[in-house]
Design a protein around this ligand. Structure first.
Ligand code: ZN
Length: 286
């Protein structure tokens, strides 16, 4: 937190601090998102499946490449923790760190969810976000972050000394374990850092600590994704509810989240191809 300063600034300290930053990964040379094509495809799409995620629990779902899925707020403000895996290789999973480096701390329309090394490719593209109006508030907060991790019982134990089983990490582990036919041990190794859907978060301006505040999501709001590859998703309805006060407990009001899967009309994705895995030759110079 940088609270301890035991060293004097050097004579040129102010000058070093005054150097202007440069963007680490300008995204201009990434494969472009064809929003015109996506908007055409999403206008004519048909709902083919609905999955309900119960409060303080998680569910898995499959989305074929070239389909859309929505995460919809149902009867009350609720935050969701989203994991994505490649259906044909669960070791290829969503990589929050690189997604954050490429698109910033919070995602919205036009941003992509990138997969882990050595596969790094787009897994999903955000095609619509009814909370895009929120932007960043006066505290530096926004929705749909890739800066948190997921609430988990291990950190809960470190901080509170209790055994709480309905954190998003445990919810996702149980749901993926069921998907794998009961292999909870393998499932736990595959659960990863999440997209915090609808959660409103940021870093405090003084100590730059991770904060949360009541989600601005309301029933009917949704975030929509275009599946770039065949996906398995996992979504946990966080025990924090709208995350206005606490998580990792049964105190907050929690509500279901709805996943809707849509098939676009034939012909609306002509010319589109599912992206191949990363083209780096993998030799690392040897
Ligand atoms: Zn959670």
């Amino acid at each position: 937190m940088k609270l301890i300063q035991e060293n004097e600034a050097p004579a040129d300290g102010k000058a070093r601090q005054a150097i202007k930053p440069v963007i680490c990964y300008p995204p201009d040379t990434l494969p472009p998102v064809d929003r015109q094509m996506l908007n055409k495809a999403r206008q004519a799409m048909q709902l083919i499946e609905t999955v309900t995620v119960p409060p303080r629990d998680a569910a898995t779902f499959e989305v074929p490449a070239g389909h859309f899925f929505r995460i919809v707020s149902s009867i009350g403000a609720q935050v969701g923790d989203l994991n994505l895996w490649s259906k044909h290789n669960l070791d290829e999973r969503f990589y929050t760190g690189k997604t954050r480096a490429l698109h910033g701390t919070h995602l919205s329309t036009g941003d992509r969810m990138w997969s882990s090394m050595p596969y790094i490719r787009p897994m999903a593209t955000i095609s619509h976000d009814t909370l895009d109006w929120y932007g960043f508030d006066e505290f530096g907060g926004s929705v749909h972050d890739v800066i948190g991790t997921r609430c988990d019982p291990y950190t809960g134990y470190l901080l509170q000394g209790d055994h709480y089983h309905y954190c998003c990490h445990s919810n996702l582990t149980r749901a993926l374990g069921d998907y794998l036919g009961g292999d909870m041990a393998r499932a736990e190794t595959l659960v990863h850092d999440v997209l915090n859907v609808f959660m409103c978060t940021g870093f405090t301006q003084d100590t730059h600590q991770y904060f949360m505040k009541a989600s601005p999501v309301r029933p009917g709001d949704f975030i929509e994704f275009f599946a770039e590859i065949d996906l398995v998703g996992g979504l946990s309805a966080c025990p924090g509810g709208d995350c206005s006060s606490e998580h990792s407990s049964d105190h907050a009001s929690c509500y279901p989240l709805i996943i809707e899967i849509y098939r676009p009309e034939d012909g609306t994705l002509d010319g589109w191809q599912s992206p191949a895995v990363n083209g780096y030759d993998g030799s690392h110079g040897r």
